[in-house]
Design a protein. Structure first.
Length: 392
């Protein structure tokens, strides 16, 4: 029996060395004693994704985590979780977590105020051979983050959005469209490494997963379910409830009234071109509301903020994908990304002082209806003008 154990130890050490070196296990045969049978305790564990990431980042003197502009709860929580993981393993190494734009949605601002994640909003990032850039909750080549705009080549990508047409050519890529949130993936890393997320980070991650599965995007993978249970042990429900009930500015209600008055229905297809939007978050929130309207299966909501046009798409049909409808609508003029039932994008420099021109409105309507293969071109208003006047 001792020779069998010796052989088992030799096999384990050989596979372990191959794993740590990044190489595949050797193809040549490993000679074992005649009659050898693998003992029950001999198992070959797969290399953990978190271990691979840590090994790839180890040579760099600085690590920069970049998430998308105007970060949402998933971007904030996932980036924060990754910063916690790296700080635990590279305790004296500078690790920064940055994004462009602003924290725009009321709930997101409240999250930042209550939980104080280590996120900085910046205008620019620079290429540096000693700095490893890690993209979180955003992809290579998309226009909605700092790395693309400033031509910074990432070392790693961690995301749950469907792949774009741009090939992923990085040292580390963990892209899982089947999971509900990027926070799920990063929480999995923390659990793999035995790191306690703490109350605030766990609450942020759990809230992120809830926001990513709202509306029609309700699918949860086995990993999502497992991570939710794990995070619930550490999170504080009161913090999540407080974030969900963040105070809303008066301008929000003004935007909402105008949006509902301006929404057009083409049978199952809705189109809302906002006459006014106080911030980009209004566009997504109106789309989330309209997709719940009885008889509506797909929605495009668009609004001009300064010189840019923000677009949100929602669908609850299982035979079409929101991200594809968005890409068809913005093909050649803008870009974006998303999921099966939810997607968002932007067209830069196309509006003027927060207003859409009539030709732009007409072009957007034609593209949206064509993308949806909508034959009805005679819309009805969601809320009729006569009904509005009669109830003033």
């Amino acid at each position: 029996m001792p020779r069998f154990r010796e052989a088992a130890v030799t096999l384990k050490m050989t596979l372990c060395r191959a794993s740590l070196s990044g190489a595949s296990p050797p193809r040549e045969a490993i000679l074992l004693p005649a009659g050898y049978m693998s003992p029950p305790e001999l198992t070959i564990a797969p290399v953990l994704q978190s271990e691979r990431l840590l090994k790839i980042l180890a040579p760099y003197s600085t690590i920069r985590i970049v998430t998308h502009d105007n970060p949402d709860p998933d971007a904030i929580a996932a980036g924060w979780g990754l910063q916690r993981l790296l700080a635990e393993h590279f305790d004296r190494r500078p690790i920064e977590f940055v994004a462009g734009g602003a924290i725009v949605r009321a709930e997101n601002r409240h999250l930042v105020e209550l939980l104080n994640p280590p996120l900085r909003i910046v205008d620019t990032v620079a290429e540096d051979p000693e700095t490893a850039t890690v993209l979180v909750d955003c992809g290579i080549g998309t226009s909605n983050h700092l790395a693309t705009r400033h031509r910074v080549q990432p070392v790693a990508v961690i995301d749950h959005h469907a792949l774009s047409r741009t090939p992923v050519d990085v040292a580390f890529a963990d892209i899982r469209p089947s999971v509900a949130a990027t926070a799920t993936i990063v929480a999995g890393y923390l659990r793999e490494q035995g790191i306690d997320p703490g109350v605030k980070l766990a609450s942020a991650m759990l809230y992120a997963m809830r926001t990513e599965t709202c509306g029609c995007e309700t699918a949860h993978s086995e990993l999502d379910r497992s991570i939710m249970l794990w995070l619930t042990e550490h999170a504080e429900p009161g913090l999540i409830a407080e974030i969900e009930n963040a105070p809303l500015a008066r301008a929000y209600f003004s935007d909402l009234v105008l949006a509902l008055q301006g929404t057009q229905l083409f049978d199952e297809t809705a189109l809302c071109l906002l006459p006014k939007a106080s911030g980009p978050e209004t566009v997504g929130e109106v789309a989330d509301l309209l997709i719940r309207c009885e008889g509506v299966c797909r929605v495009l909501c668009a609004g001009a903020i300064d010189d840019d046009l923000y677009v949100s798409v929602r669908t609850r049909r299982e035979d079409e994908r929101a991200v594809e409808l968005l890409q068809k609508t913005l093909d050649g003029i803008g870009g974006g990304g998303g999921h099966t039932h939810r997607a968002g994008g932007k067209v830069t420099g196309i509006a003027s002082a927060g207003k859409m021109s009539n030709p732009l409105e007409q072009k957007l309507q034609e593209r949206w209806l064509a993308a949806c293969d909508e034959k009805n071109r005679r819309p009805k208003r969601l809320v009729g003008l006569r009904e509005i006047v009669e109830n003033l």
